[in-house]
Design a protein around this ligand. Structure first.
Ligand code: DGJ
Length: 731
């Protein structure tokens, strides 16, 4: 809901440097159900942020909020600018920096007008128009508010009608301002198979920057998702937390600056690194969106808001179905043929999955893809391995009773490939330099429309020839080394136009194939962001599928991404029993990457039953609200539960994460999210064949009040390393 009002307070004086609201100031309140972002526009049309936090019940009181939180002097009037322009009076990190057509390196941005309108059911779009008083240069700020989910999506467009080109040096998506006593940033970092390690650090005066310059596979070291807790370190159910994430699959920069007034400034957007953008007169540049949610009740609420928003508004079929699958990557690597594969289809059927996913290694003839050194780009079936082609495999799988899906890495090229031989100018590489390879491969130049057509054609041809193909795993294993395009007239547009080119291809594919399930993979979790997740039904969090490691990885992704989109496969990584690995994989979209024929009788029986159980309970895991109960970082166990919207069903997972003597869930764990007035029964799921559970007495009921006040001990310990419980309303 948006409210604009002018206020006439009894203030005697006003200047641009004064923090208080003054007569004639206007306030633009950008609100969701619980949150408000309030912009103040003064008499000189300077737009500043005066509030980001809980929505006030009396909107007229936004005018009482002191600007800059009244801590002292702002020498510029810009510390809390809605979009800090560089070059004139700014002293801090800008949101935008430009050089005008006449060489003037400064920008001033004043409020022109704003409007708000409905952008769908429960969605409001507020648009704030700003312009430079001296130059025909405009910035428009967009704030899309998702009312029920408390999520704000923010981006900007930049346009001018100067006589010649303008250079954009920096062009952020969002600029926020948050006053508090202290700030604790949780950011995530890692590498291949070590994704999403959290670090919580206090922010002190000055800048802290999260960024990537990797181009593709951009999140390999650091994803564009973070938490900022105000006043105290982030807690699960208490305290103020802002969860933010940039919807962009390329280079990004998120800068946190504690200013001289000890307020937090935040600038998030495309990384200005090597990305000066030449904007022609009359053209518009649109930044990617920055998404955030503010919670006054800890990071648990923030996660649930993002999950609900993502399922409803972002991820394709976020409220729909997903297919369980058997993947052959770890079962065969590159070593397979038709016979082996058709046997695996039967294994998949026996196991009880919906789909078989053929991974890397099925293509290339002149340079067969028998290892990771050749063949990328030559997307024709290898005639030795697959003499009857993909159509035959699709039919074979379907006649076995499961669907067939396939792995692709369409953005990449092997130096040993026919594609490279035919189109060397389609490859990102530098003149006069040796080629550097990441996983023995190079990146195609997606800023080139011809390359975009080629990449689109890979999927389109495949779908045209095999219309019942049921799934695509879209991989991306290399970062951008040798960042140079032979055909792009603006070399410094490459990083930006690569991602735009990728999105153009994906847009076209989604128009033609709106329902095709697609997995976003990037050598593990090198590309997990809500820019790409506009197109993909699910993502691959990590190649690390060790059950224990995976608890931590999934735990951290769960801050931002919902279970329905999180692909978890049971594999042979790790030393844990299959029950443990299956229980862990069930906390999301379940799949397998094992040799089914090597399972012993009990393991197979367990897996078959687990898949049936999953079919019965998946709706609660996928669409329910996630409550993290016990963190693996602070005790012997990790515990979390998904609760249905009606609060009549919950699936509760607990794992032993410590190997110390007598480690375990020593005491009851308090549940969350239930209805205190309802009564529930508790029953154990995924009980291993030949063992008995003591939690199977469905005649005993517990009130939600009891379970959330006293709790229940799932008795996870060295003998019961993972426990899955179903909590059901007793009617
Ligand atoms: C990296 C992916 O993360 C793996 O799952 C697998 O598909 C390999 N690439 C294949 O090369």
């Amino acid at each position: 809901m948006i409210r604009l009002f002018s206020l006439f307070l009894t203030l005697s004086c006003f200047s641009i440097l004064t923090a208080m609201s003054a007569p004639g100031d206007r306030h633009i309140a950008i609100e969701t159900r619980r949150t408000a972002l309030v912009i103040r526009v003064d008499k000189d049309q300077n737009p500043t942020i005066v509030h980001l936090g809980q929505r006030l019940t009396r909107p007229d009181e936004y005018a009482r909020i002191p600007g800059n939180s009244k801590r002292g002097e702002d020498y510029t009037g810009l510390y809390n600018s809605v979009y800090t322009p560089a070059g004139s009076r700014n002293l801090l990190e800008p949101a935008i920096q430009v050089t005008h057509a006449d060489g003037n390196p400064s920008l001033d941005l004043r409020y022109v007008r704003h409007e708000s309108k409905s952008a769908g059911d429960g969605v409001v779009l507020t648009t704030v128009y700003l312009k430079d008083p001296q130059y025909p240069f405009d910035v428009t700020l967009y704030y899309k508010t998702y009312q029920d989910d408390d999520v704000i999506e923010q981006w900007s467009t930049i346009r001018h009608t100067e006589k010649k080109n303008v250079t954009l040096h920096k062009y952020a998506s969002a600029n926020l301002y948050i006053p508090a006593q202290n700030y604790y940033l949780t950011h995530f970092h890692g590498d291949w198979a070590r994704e999403m390690n959290p670090s919580e650090v206090p922010l002190t005066e000055g800048l802290k920057v999260l960024d990537t310059k990797l181009g593709t596979r951009a999140d390999l070291f650091q994803p564009p998702s973070f938490l900022v807790a105000l006043n105290q370190p982030a807690q699960e159910d208490q305290g103020e937390v802002l969860a933010g994430t940039l919807a962009w699959s390329g280079n990004y920069q998120i800068a946190f600056e504690v200013d001289p007034l000890h307020n937090l400034r935040l600038m998030a957007g495309i990384n200005p690194y090597a990305s000066a953008y030449t904007l022609a007169p009359g053209k518009e540049f649109t930044t990617p969106a920055f998404l955030f949610t503010y919670s006054a009740t800890g990071k648990g609420t923030a996660s649930r808001s993002l999950h609900r928003w993502a399922r409803k508004f972002r991820i394709p079929q976020g409220q729909g179905n997903r297919l369980t699958l058997l993947n052959n990557w770890e079962a065969t690597y590159f070593d397979f043929n038709e016979e082996k594969l058709t046997a695996l289809f039967k294994d998949g059927r026996k196991l009880g999955v919906d789909l078989f996913l053929l991974d890397d290694g099925w293509f290339g003839n002149k340079y067969p893809r028998n290892d990771d050194r050749a063949g990328l780009g030559d997307w024709q079936e290898n005639v030795k391995k697959l003499p009857h082609g993909l159509g035959y495999l699709v039919n074979q799988a379907e006649s076995t009773g499961i669907k067939f899906g396939i792995w692709l890495e369409p953005e990449m090229v092997s130096p040993k490939s026919e594609l490279y031989e035919k189109h060397p100018d389609w490859v990102l590489k530098l003149p006069n330099r040796q080629e550097y390879y990441f996983r023995n491969q190079l990146v195609l130049d997606l800023s080139n429309p011809k390359v975009q057509d080629f990449v689109y054609g890979i999927v389109d041809d495949m779908m045209t020839k095999n219309p019942t193909l049921g799934y695509i795993k879209w991989d991306c294993n290399a970062v951008i080394y040798n960042a140079f395009s032979a055909t792009n007239p603006n070399p410094s547009h490459l990083y930006v136009e690569y991602v735009q080119g990728l999105y153009t291809v994906l847009d076209r594919l989604r128009v033609k194939y709106p329902k095709l399930p697609m997995m976003l993979c990037s050598g593990g979790g090198g590309r997990v962001d809500y820019g790409a997740l506009r197109y993909f039904t699910e993502f691959w969090p990590s190649d690390n599928t060790d059950g224990l490691e995976r608890i931590f990885i999934q735990w951290n992704y769960s801050n931002f991404f919902p279970a329905i989109a999180t692909c978890n496969h049971v594999t042979d990584w790790g030393k844990q029993p299959i029950k443990f690995r299956t229980d862990v994989a069930m906390m999301g979209k379940l799949g397998y990457d094992i040799v089914v024929s090597k399972l012993d009788e009990k393991e197979l029986q367990f897996s078959q039953e687990a898949l049936k159980t999953y079919e019965r309970v998946k709706e609660v895991i996928w669409q329910g609200d996630l409550y993290r109960l016990a963190s693996p970082y602070s005790g012997d166990v990790a515990s979390l539960m998904y609760v249905s919207e009606a609060r009549d069903r919950a699936i509760w997972f607990t794992y032993l994460t410590s190997s110390r003597y007598r480690a375990g869930s020593q005491a009851p764990i308090r549940l969350k999210g239930l209805d205190p007035a309802k009564n529930y029964t508790i029953r154990e799921l995924n009980v291993y064949p030949g063992t008995k559970s003591f939690i199977n007495d469905t005649s005993t009921t517990f009130s939600g009040n009891y379970l959330m006040t006293v709790g229940f001990n799932p008795n996870a310990d060295a003998n019961r390393t993972s426990v899955v419980l179903e909590v059901t309303e007793a009617k």
